[in-house]
Design a binder for this molecule. Structure first.
Ligand code: ATP
Ligand code: ZN
Length: 224
């Protein structure tokens, strides 16, 4: 269902939402977040913001339901791999990397465990929310392992006896430290990115996207 208005999916609430809204505002998009609305209409441009869980954003783009989205590369790549494995549409266009949402996806082990390299993970059970990215990395390394899929509390899995290691997002490392873990391997360095669906858009929409991108370039450069 194509609409005249450009649809942009952004995280409703979480680590990406404030900076994402700030970026759009600095690019001149005027809007007012009120209540628990799913769709917010921009006041001065033909743009609708769709406020959703970040997990839903890659699929909305890959299914061509929305035109643009802002999402962490970690989530984007995990969903793309998952959809590829299921033979579902998994294409998107990365328009630009943004200057927020920086984190790394790392494998962490008990702080007293010996670690020389990926071979030391042989046969281990790794708790994670990112099974596809872990599998890609471990396959590249030629290391056999098993997973324990958790959508939350990944960092307590080793202590709880559910897994030998974890693979989770890290920014400062304080959470790992607090759980008696240490970072062993960084498997992905991630930032928020602006993505577009691959379906052809109207000339008007594409022109608006190009205008937004130009402004974004200026806004991001001005901050550097
Ligand atoms: P939602 O309710 O939308 O599903 P969530 O709990 O999955 O939210 P957040 O914790 O808000 O997600 O994180 C969103 C994204 O922010 C992550 O996928 C990642 O790209 C980025 N991020 C940046 N720093 C961190 C960090 N220290 N820990 C987790 N995510 C981070
Ligand atoms: Zn999420």
């Amino acid at each position: 269902m194509q609409t005249q208005r450009l649809r942009i999916a952004i995280q409703k609430k979480g680590r990406l939402s404030k900076e994402c809204q700030d970026l759009l505002k600095r690019c001149g998009v005027k809007f007012n977040m009120v209540g628990e609305r799913l769709v917010v209409h921009a006041e001065n441009m033909p743009i609708d913001l769709l406020l959703v869980r970040d997990d839903d954003i890659p699929g909305l783009i890959m299914d061509g339901v929305v035109d643009l989205g802002v999402i962490g590369e970690n989530e984007l790549e995990e969903v793309a791999l998952e959809r590829a494995a299921r033979n579902e549409p998994n294409d998107y266009v990365k328009l630009r990397r943004l200057d927020f949402g920086g984190c790394r996806l790392s494998i962490a082990i008990n702080k007293d465990d010996e670690y020389q390299g990926p071979q030391d993970l042989q046969g281990k059970r790794i708790a994670t929310t990112y099974p596809q990215l872990v599998k890609r990395y471990m396959d590249q390394q030629g290391v056999k392992f098993s997973t324990c899929m958790l959508n939350g509390s990944v960092e307590v899995a080793p202590r709880a006896g559910l897994a030998d290691a974890i693979c989770d997002l890290v920014s400062t490392g304080a959470t790992l430290e607090a759980n008696g873990l240490k970072e062993a391997e960084v498997i992905l360095r991630s930032k928020a990115v602006l993505i577009q669906c691959t379906r052809a858009l109207s000339d008007e929409k594409q022109a608006l996207i190009n205008r937004l991108l130009t402004r974004m370039q200026g806004v991001i450069q001005a901050k550097e």
